[in-house]
Design a binder for this molecule. Structure first.
Ligand code: ZN
Length: 373
């Protein structure tokens, strides 16, 4: 299903300030708040949709990625269990509770879906994954060892005596929407409705302990250095019936020995000898899918750019591939033997060697202009 544009969801322009985005989100959140729209699935969906849009647009880093890559920036490929999914109500309140603060909701929220018990979420984990340019170009599945908190075997839970397992402490409050019942999470059990009964000696206060686990991460082709991918539920576990946090994978791109990346395009510096430039040659060059042989025409000018279409990096948005731009550099020898020196001296004043650039031998600046047009 195609996702709506985040700006459109909040009803703001792309140039909206952080304050305008916050204000717009608050308006939507109040309009579709479940307390105001009980048992209205459409309102709940809109409430979640607005929260998801706000999660991205309120974070400068995520917003920049969204502006550049659209929804693709957060839900890559789908194969590896990334992103997608959207947010659940607990996420929304744990992340954006402050947005309602002072606005009449009084800081407390009633439960959803009739339960009222709040599922505690484990914290997120962040790891950095180094990728070669070849791995980025082709996509890769990485098996990464992650140290995460898991529920210690032998931990048992009992119903919280303060809230009798509801996880909520209820009160009546006057709000901008009128008089309504609000509930705050129980501060003894943190809203989980459970407290620890027994736990093994090696568990922490929450009955968790650190365990090493190998997580398989499918990384789609075209990722960019600094991009973050989310593996749902592979962060720290939560105690009791809580839900696990997420594993945030931060992409790090290793410098390639021969290839320079610029967006989806790649650049390669090819050095050829003076005789090769005069007589023509063929050269083997590195690409992200192996070596290829390219032909260099006789009479090639230094600075010429040969474009190998589709030999760059696939677009993360799935729109085609970049190109590989091969920059021809004619290498001039610094020393010559006697015979070579005599040859070049005899040619030095030969009219045939006078530069006579044709319109097709564009200057460096014109080539750069072409490349970006
Ligand atoms: Zn409690």
């Amino acid at each position: 299903m195609a996702k709506r544009d985040y700006y459109e969801i909040l009803g703001v322009s792309k140039g909206a300030t952080a304050a305008e985005i916050k204000k717009a989100y608050r308006k939507k959140a109040i309009e579709f708040h479940p307390d105001k729209n009980p048992d209205d699935k459409t309102a709940e969906a809109k409430f979640k949709e607005a929260a998801e849009a706000y999660e991205i647009l309120s974070d400068a880093d995520k917003k920049a990625r969204y502006d550049q890559f659209g929804h693709q920036a957060f839900e890559n490929g789908g194969g590896g269990g990334f992103g997608g999914g959207g947010m659940n109500m607990d996420d929304i309140f744990s992340q954006f509770g402050d947005i309602f603060g002072g606005g009449g909701f009084g800081g407390g929220f009633s439960g959803f879906g009739g339960g009222g018990q709040r599922r505690v979420k484990g914290s997120n984990l962040r790891i950095r994954v180094k990728l070669t340019l070849e791995e980025i170009a082709n996509g890769v599945e990485k098996k990464i060892k992650v140290k995460r908190k898991v529920q210690a075997p032998g931990t048992t839970y009992k119903t919280c005596s303060t809230c009798n397992g509801s996880g909520q402490v209820t009160r009546i409050a006057n709000t901008i929407l009128g008089r309504m019942q609000t509930s705050a999470p129980c501060n003894v059990c943190g809203g989980a409705g459970q407290t620890i009964d027994k736990k093994p000696a090696d568990a922490d206060a929450q009955g968790l302990k650190v365990a090493e686990e190998t997580v398989s991460i499918k990384i789609p082709a075209g990722v960019v250095d600094g991009m973050q991918l989310k593996v749902s539920s592979k962060g720290n576990e939560a105690p009791g019936n809580g839900i696990s946090g997420d594993l945030i994978v931060v992409i790090e791109e290793e410098q390639h020995e021969k290839l320079q990346r610029e967006g989806d395009n790649l650049h390669y510096d090819l050095y050829i000898s003076y005789p090769d430039a005069v007589l023509g040659t063929s050269k083997e060059i590195d690409t992200v899918t192996g070596k290829v042989r390219i032909k260099v025409e006789a009479g090639v000018q230094s600075g010429k750019i040969l474009r190998l279409r589709g030999k760059g990096i696939p677009s993360i948005n799935g729109y085609g591939k970049g190109d590989l731009l091969v920059h021809v550099n004619v290498w001039t020898p610094k020393t010559l033997n006697k015979q070579q020196k005599e040859f070049f001296e005899s040619m030095q004043n030969d009219e045939h060697f006078e530069p006579k650039p044709e319109s097709s031998d564009k200057s460096f600046f014109e080539k750069v202009k072409d490349m970006f047009s």
